[in-house]
Design a protein around this ligand. Structure first.
Ligand SMILES: *Cc1c(COP(=O)(O)O)cnc(C)c1O
Length: 472
């Protein structure tokens, strides 16, 4: 029998309730990726700053559901860092060319793996800089506004850094963000964008759009956009199409090359677990001969780079966009993480992810769907699309009551997740290291947290009174 997120079917098979912990245990036992968790360091509850050991056993591992924000530390990261620190201590400058990770071309060890993760050819990918820096470098080459075609289309409420980057690029070229930034909001009363609305605006406004610049997975709602369709629609109207894959890489299957995406950028500290501020990625499709607007010596052909004759021999494609030599201390943790990805495939991870997130969705709906007979009972609306093809692993939960107190109670009980006031929690069960048991523990803990938050909350008094009135 295949494990299924269809709780009732599995629970009938197991002879237990669909919400029973036995379902989670069975799914974990039959998870062929379960050993990958051992490659990461999962924090102990007692070590989390806001945990309260009087409520839960501090020696237990925490319920880590914040991989959308910062992935866990790969076990091997420390070892690789120590190797390079030792090399530096023992041989100084010779480390540039010696050892298994010569600093001068350290990225060579890992760019092939990263290219696999995003569905690109190795020569289409460069690991360098931070995400926002790469977005700027790419826009400098792909955004060439003219009076007729000067707009950049992006989702309304894009991640702030992307919004600012686009805004400042428009201003840099002497255009006015008010006129040149085309922000696409969801329909009134809706939380996520409909693919057909995105395609329609491209079709309608495309002649004035220079660049379509979407996120691949929206950071707030968790929506996965139809990147192939958006790319095709943009190209039909002569626009360049780029994606910010920060929340998509390591989370969903990407095929940047096959889809013909023009350019993309991403960070590696979210689902790719490289540590805060880790080395970011950039992609330029091999069909392009665009040149970088800004040059540095690392864009120079490696064979002749160190002749220092000041005659630029630019590497083709994205490799010519490199500016500085690689920060080896950032390469180490990224390599440690990418090697774990290499033990499996994005396809296998995604299969598990669909189940794991489906299981979370099932339990939330089971316990917290709005009950018309008890309108004052706290309930949860999932704003992430219910279609698994339109989301990654994250679910964004919108609570019917203010969420700050609930979040605090979750943290006291050893849950690491992410809050966006006033009412949203972002919950990301990551298939690399999260278990079905983590999801089950989260739901149990959420029950306790809600109980504590409601018990303590006098702001709920009006609700209680009005419920009483309905009883009387
Ligand atoms: C995380 C994230 C960023 C962060 O940018 P940095 O340059 O890495 O600090 C930017 N954009 C998006 C869409 C993100 O998800």
């Amino acid at each position: 029998m295949q494990p299924s997120s269809n709780g009732p079917r599995l629970s009938a098979f197991l002879g237990c309730s669909p919400t029973s912990v036995e379902v989670a245990a069975w799914l974990d036992e039959h998870d062929t990726l379960r050993n990958l968790r051992k490659k990461f360091l999962v924090p102990k509850i007692a070590d989390l700053p806001h945990s309260d050991p009087s409520l839960v056993d501090g020696a237990e591992k925490c319920i880590y559901l914040a991989g959308n924000s910062l992935g866990l530390q790969p076990r091997r990261a420390r070892k690789y860092l120590e190797v390079e620190l030792d090399k530096w201590a023992k041989m100084g400058v010779h480390g540039h060319t010696e050892g298994s990770r010569p600093w001068a071309w350290a990225e060579n060890n890992i760019e092939g793996i990263m290219a696999d993760l995003v569905g690109a050819k190795e020569e289409e990918v460069a690991l360098m800089n931070g995400l926002t820096v790469n977005l700027h470098l790419l826009l400098l080459s792909f955004y060439k506004p003219t009076d007729a075609r000067h707009r950049i289309l992006l989702e309304d409420k894009a991640f702030p850094s992307d919004h600012y980057a686009v805004e400042s690029q428009i201003r840099l070229r002497g255009f006015d963000p008010e006129r040149s930034m085309l922000l696409l909001p969801p329909r009134p009363g809706e939380e996520t964008l409909r693919t057909k609305d995105i395609l329609k605006v491209i079709e309608k406004e495309g002649d004035s759009i220079a660049v379509v610049m979407f996120s691949a997975v929206q950071y707030y709602t968790g929506q996965l956009f139809d990147m192939a369709a958006i790319t095709e629609a943009g190209h039909r109207k002569g626009c360049f199409v780029g994606f910010d894959c920060a929340h998509a890489v390591g989370n969903v299957e990407l095929k940047l090359h096959k889809w013909g995406v023009d350019f993309a950028c991403w960070c590696s500290y979210k689902y790719v677990n490289s540590g805060a501020g880790g080395l970011a990625g950039a992609f330029i499709h091999e069909k392009h001969s665009v040149e970088p607007a800004l040059l540095g010596w690392w864009g120079h052909d490696l064979q002749t780079r160190f002749q220092m004759n000041n005659r630029m021999q630019l590497q083709p494609g994205v490799n010519g966009f490199r500016l500085s030599n690689q920060p080896i201390l950032l390469v180490c943790p990224l390599q440690a993480s990418l090697e774990v990805f290499m033990m499996t495939s994005m396809q296998s991870l995604r299969s598990k992810s669909l189940l794991l997130t489906g299981y979370l969705e099932y339990l939330i709906q089971h316990h917290y769907t709005e009950d018309p007979d008890r309108p004052h009972r706290p309930h949860i609306r999932i704003i992430t699309p219910s279609d698994p093809q339109q989301r990654g692993c994250q679910l964004s939960l919108c609570f019917s009551i203010p969420v700050a107190k609930i979040f605090q109670e979750l943290e006291r009980r050893g849950v690491a997740c992410d809050m966006r006031e006033p009412s949203v929690l972002r919950i990301a069960p990551v298939p690399l290291y999260n278990r079905f048991r983590d999801v089950h523990r989260f739901i149990e803990t959420l029950g306790a947290a809600l109980g504590a938050a409601l018990g303590a909350a006098c702001f709920l008094l009006p609700y209680v009174l009005s419920s009483l009135k309905t009883c009387l």
